[in-house]
Write a protein that binds this ligand. Structure first.
Ligand code: NAP
Ligand code: MG
Length: 401
C-alpha cells in the first residue's frame, strides 16, 4: 500500500515521561506505516527546554502560527522537585501557558465517548466540549485583607488623569477585598475562538455568565459575544444549522445536567476551571479527554488533557510493565492530521484520521483496553493490555477496517 502524502508539515511538539514513550509508539505503529509523515519537530522535553533556555517552546509556538496546525505531547511543568530531578537552570514556565499566550488561544476540552465507558450522567449521549476563557478575573486578582473599619473604593485613573470612583463598602470592622479585571480584547478573542470552533465542529454554542447580578462586568461578556455573533457569525451559523445560545450560568448548569450533549459550553475563567473538572470526571476518565487550543485567527494546537503520567514512567524505568492509556494522545494526532487535511484539501489524510479514531474506539468496544478503563467499564470479561499491546491491538483493528 502506498503511503498517504502530506503537502504541508504539522508542527510536532514532543514531550516528557510516559507520554513521550507513548508518542514514539504511536508514530511507529499507527502513523509512519500509513503516512509519509511530514512534521517540523520541536523537542519540548524538559531537558531540551532547559538546554535552549526554553527558546524551543517559543519557536514551536511561532512555527504553529506559520503552519496553522500543531500536535503536542504532554510536558512537565517544573516545580521545586523537578529543579533537582532535571538540574534545571530556572523554573521554566508551563509550556502550555507560553504557547497559549503566544497564540492568544482558547482551550476546548472534549471527552472521547465509547460504549462501555458510560458517563455518570445517564442522558449524556454525546460529548460536551468545554471552552474556558483562560484570562483574567479571579486568576489575575488583587486582594486586601481589611484590618478594620474604613472605606473601600474602586478607582480608575485614565491616562489624562480623570478618575472614576465607586464606593465598594464602608467597613465597620475587619474583612476582605478583591479587585478583578478583564479586557475587551481578550473577551473578543475568546468569543471568536468559540464561534469559529462551533462552526468548525458543527455544534451549538452555549455561553453563560451571571449578568443579572454583575450588571457591568458579566454583562460586558454577554454584550461582546452578542455583538460579534450578530455582526460576523449569525449568517454562518444559520447556514450551518447550528445555534448560539446565551443563558444565566445557573440555568446553564441545570440544562447541562438534562441535556443529551453534543454542544460546546463556553465559560468564564472560574466557571470553566470548575466545570471542566466536573464534566471530564463525569465522562469517565482524564485519559479519554482531548484538548485543542484554538486561536482567534484559526490556528490549532491539539493535545491530550492529561499530564505526563509520571508514576507510570517510573515503573517503566524500573523495567516494570505499564498499562498507560494512549487514546487521548492518539486523538491529538488524529485531530491535527484531520485539520491539516482540511486546510490542504487532503481527503486521504482526513479519511485516515477518521479511520484511526474508529479503530481506537472499536478496539475498546471489543473489550481490549488499558487498566484505567478496565476499572471503570460496564463491559464484562475485558482483556487488559499493556501500553504497547493496546497500540498494537489498535493497529490490528486499523488493518481490518
Ligand atoms: P497526570 O500525568 O495526568 O497523571 C495523574 C494520574 O492520572 C496518573 O498517575 C494516573 O493514575 C492517571 N492517568 C492520567 N493519564 C493517564 C493515562 N493516559 N493512562 C492511565 N492513567 C492515567 O498528572 P500528574 O501525575 O499530576 O502530572 C505529571 C506531570 O504532568 C507533571 O509534571 C505536570 O506538570 C504535567 N502535566 C502536563 C500537562 C500538559 O502538558 N498538558 C497537563 C497536566 C499535567 P494512576 O497513577 O492511579 O494510574
Ligand atoms: Mg481546575
Amino acid at each position: 500500500m502506498e503511503k498517504i502524502k502530506m503537502t504541508t508539515p504539522l508542527v510536532e511538539m514532543d514531550g516528557d515521561e510516559m507520554t513521550r514513550i507513548l508518542w514514539k509508539m504511536i508514530k511507529d505503529e499507527l502513523l509512519c506505516p500509513y503516512i509519509d509523515l511530514k512534521t517540523e519537530y520541536y523537542d519540548l522535553g524538559l531537558e531540551h527546554r532547559n538546554e535552549t533556555d526554553d527558546q524551543v517552546t517559543i519557536e514551536s509556538a511561532e512555527a504553529t502560527k506559520k503552519y496553522g496546525v500543531a500536535v503536542k505531547c504532554a510536558t512537565i511543568t517544573p516545580n521545586a522537585a523537578r529543579m533537582t530531578e532535571y538540574n534545571l537552570k530556572e523554573m521554566w514556565k508551563s509550556p502550555n501557558g507560553t504557547i497559549r499566550a503566544a497564540l492568544d488561544g482558547t482551550v476546548f476540552r472534549a471527552p472521547i465517548v465509547v460504549k462501555g465507558i458510560e458517563p455518570c450522567v445517564r442522558n449524556w449521549e454525546k460529548p460536551i466540549t468545554l471552552a474556558r476563557h483562560a484570562y483574567g478575573d479571579v486568576y489575575k486578582n488583587t486582594e486586601i485583607k481589611v484590618p478594620g473599619a474604613g472605606k473601600a473604593e474602586l478607582v480608575f485613573t485614565a491616562e489624562d488623569g480623570t478618575t472614576i470612583r465607586e464606593t465598594i463598602h464602608e467597613f465597620k470592622g475587619s474583612g476582605i477585598l478583591q479587585g478583578i479585571h478583564n479586557t475587551d480584547e481578550s473577551i473578543t478573542s475568546f468569543a471568536k475562538a468559540c464561534f469559529n470552533y462551533a462552526l468548525d465542529t458543527k455544534q451549538d454554542l452555549w455561553f453563560a455568565t451571571k449578568d443579572t447580578i454583575s450588571k457591568k462586568y458579566d454583562h460586558n461578556f454577554k454584550d461582546i459575544f452578542q455583538e460579534i455573533y450578530d455582526a460576523e457569525y449569525k449568517e454562518q451559523f444559520e447556514k450551518a444549522g447550528i445555534e448560539y445560545f446565551y443563558t444565566l450560568i445557573d440555568d446553564a448548569v441545570a440544562r447541562v445536567m438534562k441535556a443529551k450533549g453534543g454542544f460546546i459550553w463556553a465559560c468564564k475563567n472560574y466557571d470553566g476551571d470548575v466545570m471542566s473538572d466536573m464534566v471530564s470526571s463525569a465522562f469517565g476518565s482524564l485519559a479519554m479527554m482531548t484538548s485543542v487550543l484554538v486561536s482567534p485567527s484559526g490556528v490549532y494546537e491539539y493535545e491530550a488533557a492529561h499530564g505526563t503520567v509520571q508514576r507510570h514512567y517510573y515503573k517503566h524505568l524500573k523495567g516494570e510493565e505499564t498499562s498507560t492509556n494512549s487514546v487521548a494522545t492518539i486523538f491529538a494526532w488524529t485531530g491535527a492530521l484531520r485539520k491539516r487535511g482540511e486546510l490542504d484539501h487532503n481527503q486521504e489524510l482526513m479519511t485516515f484520521a477518521d479511520r484511526l479514531e474508529q479503530a481506537t474506539i472499536r478496539t475498546i468496544e471489543s473489550g481490549k483496553m488499558t487498566k484505567d478503563l478496565a476499572l471503570i467499564t460496564s463491559m464484562q470479561n475485558v482483556t487488559v493490555l499493556n501500553s504497547e499491546d493496546f497500540i498494537k491491538a489498535v493497529r490490528e483493528t486499523l488493518d481490518r477496517i
